[in-house]
Design a protein around this ligand. Structure first.
Ligand SMILES: Cc1cc2nc3c(=O)[nH]c(=O)nc-3n(C[C@H](O)[C@H](O)[C@H](O)COP(=O)(O)O)c2cc1C
Length: 167
């Protein structure tokens, strides 16, 4: 599959559907080693005069090590492929070659890893990262419900530099 670059203004995307229901892959690394994980929490918007994406990664995710090590990562969206995304969201790349098991194929756009099978790829550059804090919760039950293990997500704000769609 080849990709063509498109203008972000031309994108027709419902984030609640694309992220919350269809899910996305957060993928980072380089040509030597990359890893990916499924994410269904996050957002797309505008901050600091930039078009940005927000992603939330728990500390135990192997993918987080790759995101932290590189200035850029990708958000990949698919049509279908739910089975593959379920696998990539339930097995750690630390333990298994889950990308091969899922039957997806890594490819690189501007040196950033993504997947040949993606229908839409956002290449993003990290702008800001910080761990959520228990003191920040205005509704304390959210803390209790989501962080029983105290494994607070790191929130990343990343500038959307380029948008590619399957050609
Ligand atoms: C539908 C779905 C959505 C997920 N969303 C997130 C998320 O937004 N943030 C997160 O840290 N983990 C999320 N996960 C969990 C990771 O994808 C999962 O722990 C994965 O196995 C991590 O892989 P890794 O250790 O190779 O990075 C989600 C899992 C699924 C199945």
């Amino acid at each position: 599959m080849s990709f063509k670059q498109v203008k972000i203004e031309d994108l027709q995307l419902n984030p609640w559907h694309a992220i919350g229901q269809d899910w996305m892959l957060v993928t980072a690394g380089d040509e030597q080693k990359a890893n990916t994980m499924t994410a269904s929490w996050g957002g797309l918007g505008v901050l600091w005069h930039e078009n940005v994406a927000f992603v939330f990664l728990r500390p135990q995710r192997y993918t987080k090590e790759f995101v932290d090590a590189q200035p850029r990562f990708s958000l990949s969206f698919f049509e279908g492929h739910k089975k593959e995304l379920s696998l990539l969201g339930s097995v750690s790349g630390r333990e298994r070659d889950k990308i091969a098991e899922a039957g997806l194929h890594l490819t690189f756009l501007d040196g950033v890893p993504t997947f040949e099978e993606a229908r839409l790829v956002l290449l993003v550059q990290k702008l800001y990262a910080d761990e959520l804090r228990p003191q920040g919760f205005i509704l304390p039950e959210l803390d209790g419900k989501n962080y029983a293990q105290k494994d607070y997500h790191t929130m990343y704000v990343a500038k959307i530099e380029k948008v590619y769609t399957a050609d």
